[in-house]
Design a protein around this ligand. Structure first.
Ligand code: SAM
Length: 290
């Protein structure tokens, strides 16, 4: 029988004994609901042949579940006052590596080489600090480390934006930036009542699975992302308007000509464009790249 960290009595006992004070600036909302933790762990589809990266282990509530189900867990925690607590709560596990660091500042490639078996696939599982969810996610994706999947808790609105499909309010550049590399789906929603302290927002578990190759084939990725982002700058405006704002009104005829040749409507709006449409756009406008 496993003595779980994640119940409200044990959590409060740990926090009290260590005289721990929650730090708002680190987005500290700890999970105390074993049922939610089981569901997160299940969504991650772990096995003893999988290494796990966790960001922000807190007092180890989720970490404990991950340790039971995976080969090894490497956790990055920014708050040094949590280190002695984690060393106590997870003392029974020999498949745990704890790094006291800001996930945005570590050399991740060097760190993951320290897994006992660095050849196993790596999955990211975390209850992310909400104040930097998007920067963390984009940094991990752009690190080009081939994480097999991400199963992460975040603010519900952000999860909805990442998983959004065209022609919805939530759809935008973040949806495309992620869906270019990963299949994204909201696994389940989480009420604010299962955390201490309760956050001001509702949460969701987002599951993202790496695609074998990027969702679309483009000749120039930087150009693709640049055009995609600038097409969304003024959401309510037409594609032509956004392109003119970016490249200058004097280039209207040139833009119209290139769009026309590719069969792209200048009055379309970015929110109706899927990843394929943006690929087409980026190819059509390649002559404009400086
Ligand atoms: N995993 C724990 C749980 O589920 O109960 C805690 C989750 S809490 C929402 C976020 C955790 O991330 C906190 O422990 C916080 O100290 C840590 N954290 C915040 N910013 C961080 C950063 N830049 N790098 C690493 N950890 C960070």
């Amino acid at each position: 029988d496993i003595k779980r960290i994640a119940n409200i009595i044990r959590t409060q006992d740990i926090l009290r004994r260590h005289d721990f004070n929650f730090k708002k600036k680190f987005g500290q909302n700890f999970l105390t609901d074993g049922n939610i933790l089981s569901k997160i762990t299940e969504a991650a589809e772990l096995s003893k042949e999988v290494n796990v990266i966790e960001i922000g282990p807190g007092i180890g509530s989720l970490t404990q579940y991950l340790l039971e189900e995976s080969a090894e867990v490497m956790a990055f925690e920014i708050d040094k006052t949590l280190i002695p607590i984690l060393e106590e709560t997870l003392a029974d596990y020999d498949n745990f590596q704890l790094v006291n660091a800001d996930i945005l500042k570590v050399d991740l490639k060097a760190e993951i080489a320290k897994f006992k078996n660095p050849d196993l696939p790596i999955k990211v599982v975390a209850n992310l600090p909400y104040y930097i969810t998007t920067p963390i996610l984009m940094a991990l994706i752009e690190s080009k480390i081939p994480f097999a999947s991400f199963v992460v808790m975040m603010q519900k609105e952000v999860a909805d934006r990442i998983a959004a499909k065209p022609n919805t309010k939530a759809y935008g550049s973040l949806s495309i930036a992620v869906q270019y590399y990963l299949k994204a789906e909201v696994a389940f929603n989480v009420p604010r009542t299962v955390f201490v302290p309760a956050p001001n927002v509702d949460s969701a578990i987002l599951k993202m699975t790496r695609l074998d190759q990027p969702a679309v084939d483009v000749p120039d990725e930087d150009w693709y992302f640049r055009l995609m982002k600038l097409s969304f700058v003024h959401r309510r405006k037409t594609l032509l308007n956004n392109l003119q704002s970016a490249f200058g009104k004097d280039r209207k005829e040139e833009i119209l000509g290139l769009l026309d040749r590719a069969g792209i409507s200048p009055t379309a709006r970015a929110e109706s464009f899927d990843l394929e449409d943006f690929a087409k756009l980026s190819i059509a406008l390649l002559p404009m790249k400086d």
